[in-house]
Design a protein around this ligand. Structure first.
Ligand SMILES: NC(=O)c1ccc[n+]([C@@H]2O[C@H](COP(=O)([O-])OP(=O)(O)OC[C@H]3O[C@@H](n4cnc5c(N)ncnc54)[C@H](O)[C@@H]3O)[C@@H](O)[C@H]2O)c1
Length: 147
């Protein structure tokens, strides 16, 4: 499992999103229900931002504003870093580190086809390394029968 496309093949293409005119409270309810740390913000089928637990902590809690009166558009991040299906796990992890984000929308041309989180990439990276170790162990032991 090396590419975004392969990871989505395992994780699935579900996308949890909200419109920018909803309240932050509604976004938190949806994150809790989906056990997710972030939602894509999609208006008229266009990806316009991303809202995360971190946005809530820093732009609502720390500012002492109301989550029911504050709208998603007021605190969402509009500079969204996205990836494409042919990119590798390593490229995605480097992007997450560089951009300090933990969720990456996946775009295929202009179509939103999924979301990858840091947990998905860590899991895929571990599976990749375990497969490699297994191959190397077989090679060292000369046991070419074990796939
Ligand atoms: N065992 C697994 O398959 C697995 C996969 C991912 C994360 N996790 C664990 O969950 C915890 C938190 O994970 P995280 O930090 O990666 O973030 P997270 O809690 O936001 O993500 C959890 C899962 O929900 C999915 N998800 C999150 N937001 C989404 C959205 N808007 N649309 C569609 N899917 C969305 C992610 O892709 C991931 O598979 C960590 O402890 C991690 O290890 C486990």
């Amino acid at each position: 499992m090396n590419t975004v496309k392969q990871v989505l093949g395992t994780k699935g293409n579900q996308i949890w999103s909200i419109t920018s005119d909803k309240s932050v409270y509604a976004a938190l309810e949806m994150m809790a229900e989906k056990e997710s740390g972030a939602l894509l913000v999609v208006d008229n089928n266009q990806l316009v931002g991303i809202i995360s637990e971190r946005d809530y902590a820093r732009k609502v809690i720390l500012k002492g504003v109301s989550s029911t009166k504050t709208l998603v558009r007021d605190i969402m991040s509009t500079r969204v870093t996205y990836v494409t299906p042919e990119m590798t796990i390593e490229e995605c992890m480097a992007l997450m580190t560089d951009k300090r984000c933990r969720h990456l929308p996946v775009m295929d041309n202009d179509r939103l086809i999924g979301v990858l989180s840091i947990g998905d990439l860590v899991k895929a990276s571990i599976a990749q390394k375990e497969f490699l170790i297994h191959q190397l162990e077989n090679y060292i032991s000369g046991d070419f029968t074990a796939a």
